[in-house]
Design a protein around this ligand. Structure first.
Ligand code: HEM
Length: 528
């Protein structure tokens, strides 16, 4: 009996499996390629659109379709563009078939200009077919512990904040009141960030190395295009060599041992895979791009938005006043102390303003390669094509953000009882899923620190008027719209502080307070 019962069960299961296979096959057959958005100019129309409008071109195409994903044909290939947060979440789970590793390996080689041996180390096992070891596969994961809230991040934050405080003191006592805001921020944040990462022997403290780094960054497009880079990107290639050599000397002297847990993790990872010291040096020039390229533009836009809206400035000042402790100081003056930890926890208007700034100025895209024919929801994606999630496409969708999506509303992200908040996956400033930016806690602390120092201590007016964001300054490799590098401001210590012998101290008690900058952070908020 038992035997017959078992056979019956097996038969029923077999029939079910056949039916299921038939159903799945049918569902697959019903899958269609994402709808194609065509250009009015055949063949090269989309390429011209991308060159002219950069990432904003996808926004223009999005407005021609209501599909959650669409296809842009470009010379024998397709670029699939995601427009829906629901599909973003699915893509984030499909890390094997919609892969990041081949893209990183290609970009790392072109950006770093490493040796052929270095390149073969990077290329090893990028498809994961040899197991879960491979330079690219493990590289970003090694950095995560150093950048997660905890003692290593606190150590970096403290050095960064002390450097920002020094910059503010120098600004307050400077006889020059007119300055180029972008270049000032770029230099001061480069110094603050790199001391916190590299320690006392920071190679970027040498002005020649810092200048070379920004020269290299400015020529990145031609390095990525990679057509005769020694001719088409000569100055950027030379600058990269200079930065790489400075880092090589730094590592050869063992100076990283006095640096952060982050630089040590990066160095140990490269040694473990057998990279030469020369390649480690040149890789670090590339590593600085992630660390430096997006923070100063964010800080610029934050200050520009706050200072061009006097009502927002006043609201932010009121919040800073609530977290400032004042006590008697030297020479009859006062000492004002601000603990940066309290900004994330107790200044909702300032943090909401930062989120709105990031929403408006994000121009980055998450890029994936379709490594095998893949079904995404009801869409069939073909192997060899590229999948893009441009942040600006999601950040400007009125079905996600409301009719006032184009308006800068510094209170948009403020929570209030009964208020409907936007979907967290629609906010892509720091990416998401397996490539979520691990530097977001450091970067947000840094931007909030510089903004708070300004709000607390300085009045600032534009020379002329505040320049509007220029879409032409979006670069393919950065996440944040570049500011105008030639713009000047008049800056003074606040009238009420003038002539007073007050001093300011900025400190950080601990960074465990997680401020939700990505959907993934929501689980961490309020854990402690
Ligand atoms: C406001 C400043 C910053 C913004 C807007 C930003 C944004 C992003 C975004 C959108 C990604 C994901 C890219 C993708 O999906 O392909 C990313 C990745 C990354 N970011 Fe940031 N970032 C910032 C600052 C930083 C800082 C300061 C660091 C380091 C200290 C950093 C380290 C990284 C790294 C290592 C990755 C690669 C992660 C991976 O692929 O696993 N970022 N960032």
């Amino acid at each position: 009996m038992v035997q017959y019962g078992l056979l019956g069960t097996i038969g029923a299961v077999a029939l079910l499996l056949v039916a299921l296979r038939k159903f799945l096959k049918q569902s697959n057959d019903e899958c269609k390629e994402p709808p194609i958005v065509r250009s009015t100019i055949p063949l090269i129309g989309h390429i011209l659109g991308m060159i002219r409008y950069k990432v904003f071109y996808y926004q223009m195409l999005r407005d021609q379709t209501s599909a959650p994903i669409f296809s842009v044909p470009v010379i024998g290939k397709s670029i699939y563009v995601i427009t829906s947060p629901q599909l973003v979440s699915t893509v984030q789970r499909m890390t094997k078939t919609l892969a990041f590793e081949p893209i990183v390996a290609m970009a790392t080689q072109r950006v770093s200009g490493c040796s052929p041996q270095g390149n073969s180390i990077i290329q090893y096992n990028i498809d994961g077919s040899q197991g879960d070891r491979g330079y690219v596969i493990t590289f970003f994961k090694t950095m995560h512990p150093a950048l997660a809230p905890g003692p290593s991040l606190d150590a970096m934050n403290r050095i960064m904040i002390q450097n920002i405080a020094k910059s503010a003191d120098a600004l307050a006592t400077s006889p020059v009141n007119r300055l180029n805001l972008c270049k000032w921020l770029r230099h001061e944040l480069t110094i603050a960030t790199t001391y916190s990462v590299y320690g006392p022997a920071n190679p970027m403290a040498d002005a020649k190395v810092e200048d070379a780094f920004w020269e290299f960054e400015g020529g990145l497009m031609m390095l990525l295009v990679n057509v005769l880079p020694s001719i088409t990107a000569r100055r950027a290639s030379e600058a990269r060599i200079a930065v790489g050599k400075a880092f090589q000397r730094y590592f050869e002297k063992g100076e990283h041992l006095n640096g952060s847990a982050l630089v040590q993790a990066r160095y140990n990872h490269s040694r473990e895979y057998g990279l030469s010291m020369e390649d480690i040096g040149t890789f670090e020039a590339g590593g600085c791009l992630a660390t430096l390229a997006n923070t100063f533009p964010t800080a610029y836009w934050m200050l520009a938005y706050i200072y061009s809206h006097p009502d927002v400035l006043q609201e932010c000042r009121n919040e800073v006043a609530t977290i400032t402790t004042t006590k008697p100081g030297e020479d009859g003056g006062r000492l004002h102390v601000i603990d940066m930890t309290t900004i994330k926890a107790s200044c909702p208007v300032i943090t909401a303003t930062l989120q709105e700034v990031l929403r408006h100025t994000s121009v980055g895209s998450t890029v994936r390669e379709v490594v095998e024919d893949t079904t995404l929801d009801v869409y069939a994606l073909k192997k060899g094509n590229t999948l893009l999630t441009p942040a600006n496409v999601l950040h400007t969708d009125s079905s996600l953000w409301g009719a006032n999506t184009d308006t800068f509303d510094h209170r948009r992200f403020l929570r209030a009882p009964g208020k409907k908040m936007p979907s967290p996956t629609a906010f892509r400033a720091f990416g998401g899923g397996s490539t979520l930016c691990p530097g977001r806690h450091f970067a947000t602390t840094e931007v909030l620190a510089i903004a708070t120092v300004f709000i607390a201590r300085f009045d600032m007016l534009p020379v002329g008027s505040w320049p509007p964001p220029d879409r032409g300054n979006a670069q393919f490799w950065t996440q944040i719209l570049g500011p105008n590098l030639d713009f000047e401001v008049e800056i003074h210590e606040r009238k009420e502080l003038k002539g007073v012998k007050d001093k300011w101290a900025f400190q950080l008690s601990e960074s465990k307070v997680v401020f939700a900058m990505a959907a993934e952070d929501l689980n961490e908020v309020g854990k402690e």
